[in-house]
Design a protein around this ligand. Structure first.
Ligand code: HAX
Length: 454
């Protein structure tokens, strides 16, 4: 076992009695109520998932293992010559909740090197897809194609399946996916946009730096990759990609199936695709300006045009957050301290939208949160560094999101969480309970059997 896996074993075994006690002794303690609006409205705010990997406070934003973004960046060991931590140190931290020593980080780096080769048949499968397939289709397909390597699936079908040790096999798959996904993403980038001119893995580099060199990027982009993957890693468990991964894995589908599903969810425009949509919106706006300078007035008019056309302003709003996303701020700060980027025209325009959109959205009066989310800022940085293929931006998100999703399902298995299966009701039932002023929760059965529909 590696140092990380050893430590994780101790942590999981120490945690199990807490879950067992909560279920056995306090299982009937009520923590939430559910109303009809939540039932119809996407289960918003219903507390029905457990994770210790991260927590999202509506006002404060995300904490990874109890630490805010600045605290996380501050605490973790840095990449050589950089002020940003390596993804490897963050992976150790997400899994264990402990800040690793440089020696523990080196151990994870060495472990990833042994795992990062993507099988050649995966590349061949992706080459067989039409080149104009969306890169998220390629990423999700690539992950799914690797399923034949699943150690968890092999363990399950070996006939020796054991609930107590199942997590160890999830850990193996999760680590393989985290180590391989940047290599897969770089392959997709080179396949789609660089005429299949592939660049080999550099075994001397950490995960973020290696991704940068594999897509032919500059030295400075190595920090962009590290920062970007860490910032996009996790946002507690209820978001579509994390939830889809958790849900699918709860059926004991292995991590490859689970994350392919998570990526399919991330590809939605209300979720991870929003970073691509933001760039699309900005470029469209610039085209309409026809060379004129952006002003508060024409930005305001463009925002209203979008809203009046019944569309959402991409990069703004959030299902949980009620303030500016700290992931947006972390990227904004990166721009402000980076010579060249802080004076970049596109960055200035994004800043102008930041000053304008919350007021417009508030006046529009629909969204509960008029502030920017992570996606409002991320494309600008990529664009600045020459990564102008904006349909690729969600793939970058997907590389980062693998960290959180894989850490979560490793713990899901460690703690033996069951198959997820919420209960549905019919519209007739809701109408009956609405008329009665609520459901009689003491009554065991449904108020009436569902009526057959015509
Ligand atoms: N522009 C216009 N209208 C918006 C809006 C926006 N940015 N955000 C929310 N609204 C509207 C909703 O469409 C909804 O309208 P209807 O009542 O007509 O259906 C109303 O405001 C209430 O929505 P809400 O409760 O504030 O927001 P939800 O929890 O339903 O949805 C979303 C949260 C993030 C999906 C939403 O804010 C949105 O569509 N934003 C734009 C797309 C985006 O940036 N997505 C990325 C979010 C972050 C993320 O997951 N990244 O991966």
């Amino acid at each position: 076992m590696t140092q990380l896996k050893d430590r994780l074993k101790e942590k999981i075994e120490a945690h199990r009695p807490r879950i067992a006690r909560l279920t056995k002794e306090f299982g009937s303690v009520i923590i939430d109520k559910v109303d009809i609006a939540q039932c119809i409205g996407g289960a918003r705010d219903i507390r029905s998932l457990v994770t210790d990997i991260s927590y999202l406070d509506p006002q404060e934003g995300i904490r990874f293992r109890g630490k805010t973004i600045p605290e996380t960046f501050e605490a973790l060991p840095k990449a050589a010559g950089s002020e940003y931590p390596t993804v490897e140190s963050f992976w150790y931290f997400l899994l264990t909740g402990e800040v690793p020593t440089p020696e523990q980080v080196a151990d994870v780096e060495a472990e990833f090197k042994t795992r990062q080769q993507v099988p050649e048949y995966v590349f061949q499968a992706l080459r067989a897809l039409p080149l104009d397939s969306h890169p998220m289709v390629m990423l999700s397909s690539g992950i799914l194609a690797m399923q034949r390597d699943s150690k968890f699936a092999a363990f399950y079908s070996s006939g020796k399946f054991n609930k107590m040790t199942a997590w160890e096999h999830v850990y193996e798959d999760a680590s393989d996916i985290v180590a391989r996904i940047p290599v897969l993403a770089a392959f997709i980038y080179n396949l789609k946009y660089r005429g299949d001119k592939q660049i080999s893995i550099d075994p001397k580099l950490d995960l973020g730096a290696n991704f940068a060199q594999m897509i032919g990027q500059s030295e400075q982009y190595k920090d962009v990759a590290r920062m970007y993957f860490i910032l996009h890693s996790d946002h507690e468990s209820g978001n579509v990609s994390a939830h889809a991964t958790h849900l699918v894995h709860s059926a004991l589908s292995d991590p490859y199936y689970a994350y392919a599903a998570g990526l399919a969810g991330l590809a939605g425009p209300l979720h991870g695709l929003a970073n691509q949509e933001v760039l699309g919106w900005i470029l469209e706006f610039q085209k309409k300006l026809n060379g004129a300078e952006p002003t508060t007035e024409n930005v305001t008019a463009a925002l209203w045009d979008t809203l009046n056309a019944g569309q959402v302003v991409p990069g703004y709003g959030h299902a949980v957050l009620r303030k500016t996303d700290p992931r947006y701020m972390a990227q904004r700060e990166f721009c402000l301290k980076t010579t060249g980027l802080k004076d970049d025209k596109l960055f200035k325009l994004v800043s102008m939208i930041f000053e304008t959109a919350p007021g417009v959205l508030t006046e529009h009066g629909k969204t509960k949160n008029p502030w920017p989310n992570v996606d409002a800022q991320s494309g600008v940085i990529q664009w600045y560094y020459g990564l102008k293929e904006w349909d690729f931006y969600t793939v970058l998100f997907g590389v980062g999101r693998a960290l959180g999703c894989m850490a979560n399902i490793t713990w899901d298995r460690g703690l033996g969480y069951p198959i997820e299966r919420p209960k549905s009701v019919t519209t007739d039932m809701l109408e009956t309970w609405a008329a009665a002023g609520g459901r009689d929760i003491a009554a065991p059965a449904s108020p009436q059997p569902p009526k057959p529909t015509a």
